[in-house]
Ligand binder design. Structure first.
Ligand SMILES: Nc1ncnc2c1ncn2[C@@H]1O[C@H](COP(=O)(O)OP(=O)(O)OP(=O)(O)O)[C@@H](O)[C@H]1O
Ligand SMILES: [Mg+2]
Length: 249
């Protein structure tokens, strides 16, 4: 069975893209066949792998202009890139019947080739994120350990529960992880405790520490394992990925 995982949080800048990239690379290094789908019009995930302003993107597949473009970027690792065209997809799709299932239909045709498909969601709860949640078997929520992160969680859980009820009964929040974590910061420690209470048994043990190499790597079109293999970022993402893999074995 293919594990289809939406990496979602409508709060911006919490580490969705950084996590999609590096968990994806780590899963592929552990021998899994992985597809990453960039579903954010900002196209940060595509940029992070060196695919800027691609001509054909997931937008063309969602709007039936072309087949989903899939490029191999590493051994065992493929990418379906985004571009800015995707910013009008929500408006274009809003009038069609079955608009919540468009991505699912695309994913269903390609999923058998993969062990894992990770979907990098945009920072909103609009139609693109709803398509990601409808196409997925699981949702992972990255959270930066700030008080504001707690504020949006009720809204996010409400949307996920609505999708469970109406569009995709199988989807579940399978994991929550903390990013940009600094154990010396009291707020970070307090929020970590609050999150563990909010999501009992869902929070991964591995916390992704604040690490400048994670900021620098995508600027060089590299993942963290290429850019700084002994950095805290590389160590933490490999550890988190092993937890994720263990949860599926
Ligand atoms: N562990 C970390 N340590 C330090 N910086 C980080 C870490 N994780 C992510 N960042 C940086 O924080 C910023 C936001 O991260 P990222 O783009 O992954 O978040 P996002 O949730 O995808 O954002 P958006 O909501 O805009 O899509 C980036 O500049 C990224 O390099
Ligand atoms: Mg992002």
């Amino acid at each position: 069975m293919t594990n289809i995982i939406a990496i979602a949080n409508h709060k911006g800048g919490v580490g969705k893209t950084t996590s999609t990239q590096n968990i994806g690379v780590a899963l592929s290094q552990l021998g899994n066949k992985v597809l990453l789908i960039d579903l954010d019009p900002q196209a940060n995930l595509s940029d992070a792998f060196g695919f800027e302003d691609v001509e054909v993107s997931i937008y063309d597949a969602l709007t039936e202009k072309a087949k989903a473009p899939i490029v191999q970027i590493r051994e065992n690792l493929d990418l379906c890139p985004a571009n800015l065209d995707l910013s009008v997809a929500e408006v274009e799709l809003s009038g069609i019947t079955g608009r919540e299932y468009v991505l699912k239909d695309i994913v269903d045709t390609i999923k058998k080739e993969y062990d894992y498909i990770l979907i990098d969601c945009p920072p909103s709860l609009g139609l693109l994120t709803i398509n990601a949640l409808t196409a997925s078997t699981e949702v992972y929520i990255p959270l930066d350990a700030q008080y504001f992160s707690m504020k949006g969680l009720d809204k996010l859980m409400y949307i996920i529960n609505q999708i469970k009820k109406r569009l995709n009964k199988d989807v579940q929040v399978a994991g929550v992880f903390l990013t940009q974590f600094d154990n010396r910061v009291i707020v970070n420690r307090n929020v970590a405790e609050m999150i563990e209470n909010y999501f009992p048994n869902k929070v991964f043990k591995t916390r992704i520490r604040k690490n400048i190499a994670l900021v620098e790597a995508p600027i060089e079109d590299k993942d963290i394992f290429e850019y700084a293999p002994s950095s805290n970022g590389a160590v933490d993402y490999m550890k988190l990925t092993k937890e994720i893999q263990a949860a599926h074995s």
